[in-house]
Ligand binder design. Structure first.
Ligand code: S3P
Length: 177
């Protein structure tokens, strides 16, 4: 009989890659609970992500994020939607790797722009369309080597629904868990 995988499944990827939408769908399929690190931070601090960035800067936000990963890594059987920049910190990687499987949801910059262009809740992508596209491309270039540390890398096919993608990811994960 196959041994049930007890660890967490961490969904990683750039802002707009669909982690927070996919996480609850995947969690339901796997009969697990899901947790969104941004939501956890907002509940813990009783502030919005934008408010934390405005009042404490990115550094203040990253401290909260690290605390979140520290706590989440002590939990089991969760599907975790991780904030897009969490991969930049070694401490987060150590916490993720010791407690579960990491999955990078890879998207093209064009698709990321499409999905984030009407959104004003992400301080790192503030600005008009062209400026936003440049920010996406630059940040993606910087972060790509970190995302590549993930145990599994899965590409989003432009045009596929989130539900279809979640099904594909579920099938892929079955080999590992
Ligand atoms: C960030 C991604 C955001 C949020 C914060 C910073 C990043 O989460 O954590 O705005 O640095 O990429 P999502 O990836 O869920 O949008």
């Amino acid at each position: 009989m196959k041994h049930q995988f007890e660890g967490n499944i961490y969904l990683l990827g750039f802002m707009g890659s669909g982690k927070s939408t996919v996480a609850p769908i995947l969690a339901k399929k796997l009969k697990r609970s899901f947790l969104d690190t941004d939501q956890w931070i907002e509940n813990e601090t009783r502030k919005s992500i934008s408010q934390i960035f405005a009042e404490e800067g990115e550094d203040g936000f990253r401290q909260q994020e690290m605390k979140c990963f520290e706590i989440v890594s002590q939990m089991r059987q969760l599907v975790v939607a991780a904030g897009g920049g969490a991969v930049l910190y070694l401490k987060n990687w150590l916490n993720m790797k010791k407690s579960g499987l990491t999955v990078y949801i890879r998207c093209t910059p064009e698709l990321l722009l499409e999905r984030t262009k009407a959104d004003e809740t992400r301080p790192l992508l503030a600005g008009k369309e062209e400026e936003r596209f440049n920010k996406i491309k630059n940040l993606l270039l910087l972060r790509a080597p970190y995302y590549d540390y993930a145990d599994i890398i899965i590409e989003v096919v432009p045009g596929e629904s989130v539900k279809f993608f979640a099904g594909r990811l579920f099938q892929h994960l079955e080999e590992y868990i």
